[in-house]
Design a protein around this ligand. Structure first.
Ligand SMILES: N[C@@H](CCC[C@H](N)C(=O)O)C(=O)O
Length: 291
């Protein structure tokens, strides 16, 4: 990149899990971790929980094999620049961007992610639904600790790792922004996203989340799916056994998500996905950030 080039960005969010979207269809832009962290910095950069780089699958080595199924690859990065397999709010916002940019028609859209191809239903307005694949619930027992308190947690994998802890009161998780929770490195050698869950009513819970690589965020889509499945099992509900879908409303700090587990084990998530703004990076700022 030379300092004369103008690189576009957009800002979007899903239940206030916010992202900087960087269209890079031909995969020309190197985005080192430090540059992503700079872009996501809420004071010195644009600010965001993560970056969604929009690349043609055929132009990205990690997505080439999915190019026949999904034209676009979501190259997701956490706010600290680390790479994650999947982002549930991000994939809805990504689909909203593709429609906004005229790159897809409204309706069914397939998107390549590091966790595989995801099918998304995006209409011209309104909520976006994504089929998130199956949850895996390994049997390892996990304990989550924050601020001197510990809880048993359920290990759930939604393409990315989660530890789901049920608490009586979400405030018991303390000040997650300043006191990050801890979970066993033997179970999660690559780190973990940690959700704290409290009951709100029948098939209705609320959660707070501390995300690997981003800290406490106002929402996590994969986390909400992990929470819904863990709560269903706690409540004795398993659609694979009963043949009946189970839907949970999961309140997050930034809104509400509806999560349905189907009898075939796949999990569908529905929620908002909003494009807020678009612009261009200052070339000198970006050149320095990329250096
Ligand atoms: N906010 C995301 C999850 C992003 C990835 C996560 N921090 C990880 O490292 O696995 C979501 O909406 O799912």
């Amino acid at each position: 990149m030379t300092s004369t080039q103008r690189i576009a960005f957009l800002k979007g969010h899903g239940t206030e899990n916010d992202f900087v979207i960087v269209p890079d269809p031909d995969g020309r832009l190197e985005l080192p971790a430090a540059a992503v962290a700079r872009i996501c910095d809420r004071r010195a950069g644009l600010g965001g929980d993560g970056v969604l780089r929009v690349v043609r699958s055929a132009a990205h080595p990690e997505a080439r094999a999915m190019a026949d199924e999904a034209e676009w690859f979501m190259d997701y990065r956490n706010g600290d620049g680390s790479i994650a397999e999947m982002c549930g709010n991000g994939v809805r916002v990504f689909a909203r961007y593709l429609l906004h940019a005229g790159l897809v028609e409204a309706g069914e859209v397939t998107i390549a992610t590091r966790a595989g191809v995801r099918r998304v239903h995006v209409a011209k307005t309104g909520h976006v639904t994504v089929s998130m694949g199956r949850a895996e619930l390994p049997e390892e027992s996990v304990v989550v600790t924050v601020g001197g308190r510990s809880w048993p947690a359920r290990n759930v994998n939604m393409g990315n790792p989660h530890a789901v802890a049920f608490v009586e009161d979400l405030d018991h998780a303390g000040e997650l922004r300043t006191v990050p929770p801890f979970s066993p490195a033997e179970v999660y050698p690559a780190g973990v996203n940690i959700e704290f869950v409290a009951d709100r009513g029948p098939r209705h819970v609320a959660m707070r989340v501390h995300e690997r690589g981003s800290g406490e965020t106002r929402s996590c889509g994969t986390g909400a799916c992990a929470v819904a499945v863990a709560t269903a099992r706690r409540d004795g509900a398993d659609p694979a056994v009963t043949g009946t879908p189970v839907t949970y409303t999961v309140d997050v700090l930034g809104g509400s998500l509806s999560i349905t587990e189907l009898p075939d084990g796949t999990v569908e998530m529905t929620g908002p996905a909003v494009i807020v703004a678009e612009g261009t990076f200052d070339p000198e700022w970006l050149t320095a950030a990329l250096a």
